[in-house]
Every structure is written in C-alpha cells, then in structure tokens.
Design a protein around this ligand. Structure first.
Ligand code: HEC
Ligand code: HEC
Length: 433
C-alpha cells in the first residue's frame, strides 16, 4: 500500500505554483507582521491584575491612600492573578490554584494552566467580580464571588457551599442560565477550578472587611488600618476562611421521604401548603405557579446597585437644593467634597457595575431548576431558601414531612391538568397556562 508521507504535487513545479498561490500571500503577511513587531516592539500585554472593589471603596468614602493600603494588604496575602499566594489560614491547596490561575498556556508535556482565564473569566471576570466582557449581555448576570454568597448548595442559608456543591455546579452548569456545564473537563481540572472560586471569594470577602474596617478606626489611627498580623489575618482573613472550612458541618440533614407516602395524596397536601398562609409560596410564584406573583424584587448583588443609584440621586438632589450663599467656609468645603464624591460615585457605577436587573420568582411550570432537579435539590431550596435572593427559608416554619409534600407538588406542576380537553389544548401545563 502506498503511504502518503508528502503532500501531493510536493517538489513538482505544479506543487510550487500551488504553494505560491495558496500560501505566498500568507508568508508575505507574516514577514510584514514580524518586521513591524521588530521595529515597533511587540506591545506585550501587561500582566493581569485584580481590580479593586471600587463600588465599595467609594461607598465607604475611602481616600486614595486608603484604597492603596487595601491593595497592598491584599497583594501580600493573595498575590496576583498570575502568581496566587496562600497563607495557611486559608486552608487552600496551592497546587490546585496554580493549575487554575495564570494566563492560558501549556507546559512542555502539554499540561495546561490558566483554566480559570480560559473557561470562566470572560463571564466572571479575572477578579471574580462578575464583570467579565460578556457579563452585560447575560440575564441573570454571572455571579460576583466577592461577597462570598452562593445560591445553590446543600448547606443552611447563610453558610458557604461545600466543595462538593461547587464541583456539582461546575459539572452540571446552571440550567436555564448561561452558566455552562464543564462536564467535559477532567475531575482534576474541575477540582482546581472549584478551589480557585473559593480563593477569589475569600479574597473578595477579605477586601470587603478591610474596606469596612476604616469606618471603625479611632482618631489615633489617622485613617490607617493596624498593620498587625492579629488584625489582618486573625480578625479578618481567618474569619472568612473559617466559614469556608465549616461548610461541610453546615450541611442540611435531610430526613428521607416517608416510605409510605401516597403520591396523589402527597401532591394534594403540597398544593394546600403552597397556597396556604404558612408556606405562602403563592405570594411570589403566583396563583398560576408561573412566577407571576411579586416579581419586582432584586437579589442582593443588584439591590446593592439599586441602593447606590438611589444614594447618588438623593445626594444630587440635596446638593442642587443647597443654598451655598449662606454657607460658612467649612460648610462650603464639605459641600464641595460631597459634590466631588457624587461625581466619583456616578463614574464608578458607570464603569464598575452592571445595570440592575430584577430577579423574577421561578416559573414552576417549566420544570427547569437552576439548583438541580433531583427531589433532594428541591428539598434544599425549600428548606434553606435561596441565599442572596428573595426566596425565603422554610426551615422552622415548614416541617420536613411537609417540605416533601411541597416537593412532590412542585414536581407535578409542569404536568398539572386543569380538567379541560380539546384539540387546541396543549397537553403539557407549561404550554397551557
Ligand atoms: C457564559 C457565561 C459563564 C461562564 C463561561 C461561566 N459562568 Fe459561572 N455563572 C454564570 C452565570 C450567569 C451564573 C449565575 C446563575 C444564577 O445566578 O442563577 C453563574 C454562577 C456561577 C457560580 C455560582 C453558583 C451558586 O451556587 O451561586 C459559580 C461557583 C460559577 N458560576 C463558577 C464558574 C466557573 C468556575 C466557571 C469556569 C469554569 C464559570 N462559572 C463559567 C455564567 C458563566
Ligand atoms: C418572597 C418571594 C418568594 C416566596 C415567598 C417563595 N419564593 Fe420561590 N423563588 C423566589 C425567587 C425570587 C426565586 C428565584 C431566585 C433565584 O434564582 O435567585 C425562587 C425560586 C424558586 C424555585 C427554583 C429553584 C431552582 O433551583 O431553580 C423553587 C422550586 C421555588 N422557588 C419554590 C418555592 C416554594 C415551594 C415556596 C413556598 C414554600 C417559595 N418558592 C416561596 C421567590 C419566592
């Protein structure tokens, strides 16, 4: 059998002609680019950096020096996006972070680094602030990890997700949103990415604590944070880290669905609870279950921007109404500072925040659940609510057995039959209501 080792026509005059015709232009272009790069310099991209949380810095009225203090402390503790650092208190695995961090590249044996920048940063941003270049086009917006709040997990409402929760999110993606499934990545890579999410989140939480700490300083401190290990690590970083380490202890204990449960009966009980006063799901999810109850609320991330927008609007109104003519020099100085601050805040909100979007209650007729569709997932959602979102926790008001009835009712909703038959009546509830 003839094995083709060289391209057809290679070495012949005809081959030479074809090669010229196809690639001659390309080579000329390459030569030109190299020549230009040589004369003008390659314009190497500057190293990636973590962005400061400017919305919070401005909200807390930090001075430029104070912003720099926060950046310096964070740099010392967490390093840079290319060279992440860890302290023992974080309880993070430096080798995993290395795999996820840095620019996209592979080493001599083809092992890849830079997984986060390859797969996540265009949505979640290099800093994990949810401000990647794609973010503004998405609804819901990609998560901003910096407040350390996560929605879909197996732990009590205010607690962190477990490592297994993050692995599941990365493996499954979030149904009904743009967050994709990364199931095609190896387990080791998913593991590294989950670790990196924790790292970015801890960094963001530490940043928030530091920025808020200025507020509590006494006058002797002259606007400076204490530079002691006790304050910076023990009282700040370690507090955020401990919550992550305590996640598995905060897992919700789910009693199994009673074995003798009769499904039709259970669905009827769940329905009564859904519309009843105690669970009151109807208030938000609507009498139809389509999510058309109270639909004008925001989740915590968007609410923060709505409130900041209001603060700026109120400040501008007061500034315009103020009578500068009767002001003392001190009052005038304060008035000018206030105007400068309002201008800065407006700029920051334009550049570092997305336009607020409401979070409508879920349409329960579609059978699409962001936190997973297993009965167990729905149990977690009803027991703990959705952290950071208006969906409240049923814990304490709805006993476990009733939660299971509601789960059964919710799962029946996409198929509920309203008693009317007809050729023009779709069979599936989500198309009918
Ligand atoms: C195309 C955009 C996009 C990409 C790429 C993306 N995400 Fe997301 N991600 C989202 C959106 C949107 C949400 C918010 C969904 C919601 O709030 O319901 C989200 C939410 C999350 C959450 C929060 C889950 C929770 O329980 O609150 C984590 C963690 C996460 N993403 C990690 C990652 C990681 C790690 C990568 C890369 C491997 C990644 N995402 C890639 C869009 C994206
Ligand atoms: C105060 C309003 C409110 C009430 C009351 C409420 N919900 Fe929700 N619910 C929401 C919102 C908002 C979301 C979407 C949150 C998000 O995606 O961040 C939601 C989401 C859900 C989801 C989707 C979970 C997923 O994984 O996608 C289910 C299921 C659900 N609610 C069931 C219920 C049940 C059952 C009750 C009553 C026990 C209830 N809700 C009460 C507002 C509410």
């Amino acid at each position: 059998m003839h094995v083709l080792t060289t391209p057809p026509f290679a070495g012949t005059d005809r081959g030479q002609q074809l090669f010229q015709a196809h690639y001659g232009g390309v080579w000329r272009a390459f030569t030109l680019v190299f020549a230009l790069a040589f004369t003008l310099g390659c314009g190497a991209t500057p190293p990636a950096y973590f962005r400061l949380n400017m919305v919070e810095a401005t909200k807390q009225h930090l001075t430029t020096q104070q912003e720099e203090q926060v950046s310096t402390v964070l740099l010392a503790m967490f390093g840079t996006p290319d060279e992440p650092a860890t302290l023992p208190e974080m309880g993070l695995d430096a080798a995993k972070l290395k795999l996820a961090a840095g620019p996209v590249r592979s080493d001599i044996v083809g092992r890849k680094n830079g997984l986060y920048r390859e797969h996540c940063a265009h949505c979640h941003g290099i800093t994990g602030d949810g401000l990647g270049p794609t973010s503004a086009f998405l609804n819901p917006y990609p998560r901003d990890y910096r407040p350390g709040v996560f929605k879909f997990k197996s732990t009590e409402r205010a607690d962190k997700p477990t490592h297994a929760d993050l692995l599941r999110i990365l493996h499954n993606g979030i149904a009904g949103t743009s967050m994709p499934s990364f199931a095609l990545l190896s387990a080791a890579k998913i593991d590294a990415l989950a670790e990196y999410v924790k790292y970015l989140s801890m960094r963001g939480e530490t940043e928030l604590s530091l920025m808020r700490a200025f507020f509590e300083l006494d006058d002797d401190a002259a606007g400076k944070l204490p530079q002691t290990r006790e304050f910076l690590v023990t009282e700040t970083l370690a507090v955020a880290a401990a919550k992550w380490q305590g996640a598995s202890a905060a897992q919700i204990a789910v009693p199994p669905m009673p074995a003798d449960i009769e499904l039709v009966d259970s669905i009827a009980k769940g329905r009564a609870l859904f519309y009843g006063e105690k669970a009151n799901c109807v208030k938000c999810h609507g009498v139809t279950g389509l999510g058309d109850g109270q639909a004008n609320d925001y989740d915590d991330w968007n609410k923060a921007i709505v409130e900041a927008d209001k603060e700026v609007a109120g400040g501008e109104r007061r500034a315009q109404e103020a009578q500068t003519s009767g002001m003392s020099p001190d009052e005038l100085k304060e008035h000018r500072e206030q105007i400068a601050w309002l201008e800065k805040f407006t700029r920051v909100l334009d550049g570092d925040a997305l336009k607020p979007r409401t979070i409508p209650p879920r349409n329960l007729r579609q059978g699409v659940y962001r936190g997973g569709r297993r009965p167990l997932d729905l149990y977690y959602r009803i027991h703990a609510g959705i952290n950071g979102a208006p969906m409240p926790a049923g814990k304490g008001t709805i006993p476990p057995e009733d939660i299971w009835h509601i789960v059964n009712y919710i799962r029946s909703l996409p198929y509920e039959f309203d008693g009317e038959l007809g050729a023009d009546r779709p069979l599936v509830a989500r198309d009918r209501f």
